[in-house]
Design a protein around this ligand. Structure first.
Ligand SMILES: NC(=O)c1ccc[n+]([C@@H]2O[C@H](COP(=O)([O-])OP(=O)(O)OC[C@H]3O[C@@H](n4cnc5c(N)ncnc54)[C@H](OP(=O)(O)O)[C@@H]3O)[C@@H](O)[C@H]2O)c1
Length: 272
C-alpha cells in the first residue's frame, strides 16, 4: 500500500462523536496486572475496547481483571500470561490469539523492569540483559507480531510504547534502564516511519515519577521525592490513572494524524 492510498478516518457524524472511543477495537496491554498498565487497561475497557491483559503471573492478572470488571461491569477482558523478555513466550501468545481469531489493533507496550539501581561502574551483565530483553526486545517483538497481522489483513492499528523521562535525559543510578527507554523512543520513530504507509501509528509516552511498585524505592526516599517535586511544575508525582488518558487518545482516531511522537507526561519535569 502506498502512502497516497491511506485515507484518514471519515469525519465522524455528531452522534458518533459521543460514542465510546475504543468500541470495536481489541487492545493488548502488557504489564497490566498493576500500576500504569492496569490503569490503561481500565480506561480502554471503559471506552469499549476488548482488552487482553498480559504480564508474567496469571494470579495477578486475574485479580486485576476482577478489579477492572468491578469498575466496568460487562467489560470484555481476557487474561494472557506472557513474559515479554522471552521471544518464545510472545510467539506462543500470538498463536493462542490466532487460534481464537483475535486480531489486536491497539497495542500498549507497558511492561518494564529496572532490576539494578546504582552507578554504571557496578552494573552486572545479567542486569543489562534482563533490562534490554524486557524493556526493548519485548516491545520490538510484540510490535512486529501485531503489525504483521494487521498488514496481512490490510487493517489499521496503533501502538503506544511506555518510555520514560529517563529516556530523554541522563539517568544517573538508572543508566541501563535509561538506555532502554531512549532506545524505545528510537524504535518508536523507526516503526512509525516503516509502518505509517500501512496505517499503523506508533507513539510513545514518557512518564515522570508515578506512584507504583516499580518506583517504590524512589518514592521511599524523601530526598528524591523532594528534588523531583521541586523541579516539577505541578510539584508532585503522578498516580497511574494520569497516564491512561493520553494513551487512550494516542490509540484512538482523535490522534489519527499523530505518529512517531513522544509525549511527556511528567507534570512539567522536563521544562524545569
Ligand atoms: N512508575 C514510574 O515512576 C514510571 C516512570 C516512567 C516510566 N515507567 C514505566 O511504566 C511502565 C509500567 O511500570 P509501573 O510503574 O506501572 O510498574 P509496576 O507497577 O511494577 O508494574 C509492572 C508490570 O509489568 C509486569 N511485568 C514485569 N516484568 C514483565 C515481563 N518480563 N513480562 C511481562 N510483564 C512483566 C508486571 O507484572 P508481572 O509481575 O505479573 O509480570 C506488572 O504488571 C514500565 O515500562 C516503566 O518503565 C514507570
Amino acid at each position: 500500500m502506498s502512502p497516497s492510498d491511506v485515507r484518514p478516518p471519515a469525519e465522524p457524524k455528531i452522534a458518533e462523536r459521543d460514542a465510546r472511543r475504543m468500541e470495536g477495537r481489541t487492545a493488548l496491554v502488557t504489564g497490566a496486572s498493576r500500576g500504569i498498565g492496569e490503569a490503561i487497561a481500565d480506561r480502554l475497557a471503559a471506552e469499549g475496547a476488548t482488552v487482553i491483559l498480559c504480564s508474567r503471573k496469571e494470579p495477578g492478572l486475574v485479580e486485576a481483571r476482577q478489579r477492572i470488571l468491578a469498575r466496568n461491569p460487562g467489560a470484555d477482558l481476557r487474561v494472557e500470561p506472557c513474559h515479554v523478555g522471552h521471544a518464545h513466550d510472545i510467539v506462543a501468545l500470538f498463536e493462542r490469539l490466532d487460534a481464537q481469531g483475535i486480531v489486536v489493533d491497539a497495542l500498549v507496550n507497558n511492561a518494564g523492569t529496572n532490576p539494578y539501581f546504582g552507578p554504571m561502574m557496578g552494573a552486572e551483565a545479567a542486569a543489562w540483559d534482563k533490562t534490554f530483553d524486557v524493556n526493548l526486545r519485548g516491545p520490538f517483538e510484540m510490535s512486529r507480531q501485531v503489525a504483521r497481522r494487521l498488514i496481512d489483513a490490510d487493517r489499521p492499528g496503533a501502538i503506544v510504547n511506555v518510555s520514560s523521562i529517563f529516556g530523554l535525559r541522563a539517568a544517573p543510578l538508572q543508566g541501563i534502564y535509561g538506555m532502554t527507554k531512549a532506545a524505545l523512543i528510537s524504535l518508536t520513530r523507526t516503526l512509525a516511519m516503516e509502518w505509517g504507509g500501512a496505517g499503523i501509528r506508533v507513539n510513545a509516552i514518557a512518564p515522570g515519577l508515578v506512584e507504583t511498585r516499580l518506583s517504590s524505592a524512589l518514592l521511599a526516599s524523601d530526598e528524591i521525592v523532594a528534588r523531583y517535586n521541586e523541579r516539577t511544575a505541578l510539584g508532585r508525582p503522578a498516580v497511574p490513572a494520569e497516564m491512561a488518558g493520553m494513551v487512550l487518545t494516542l490509540l484512538s482516531d482523535a490522534a489519527s494524524y499523530t505518529t512517531g511522537q513522544v509525549i511527556a507526561l511528567d507534570g512539567g519535569w522536563l521544562i524545569g
